[in-house]
Design a protein around this ligand. Structure first.
Ligand SMILES: [Zn+2]
Length: 65
């Protein structure tokens, strides 16, 4: 699967990991093969912002009601 990550080595945005991968699978640059991070690290980085977003949305709905 593809990920939108910038490669620090070549600047490309073609990051890939195994399609049937697990959380500790590595995500690497398709162009130069540079290791970027693991899928688990990526999902942990993304998850908190999603949580904050849903909290804000719930508050907005509360105000509107
Ligand atoms: Zn690269």
């Amino acid at each position: 699967m593809h990920h939108r990550l910038e490669c620090p080595r070549c600047g490309d945005h073609h990051a890939v990991s195994a399609d049937l991968g697990v959380a500790w699978d590595d995500i690497h640059c398709e162009t130069c093969g540079e290791f970027l991070e693991t899928r688990q690290a990526l999902s942990e980085r993304v998850a908190p912002s999603l949580l904050i977003e849903s909290c804000l949305r719930a508050r907005q709905m509360g105000i509107a009601a």
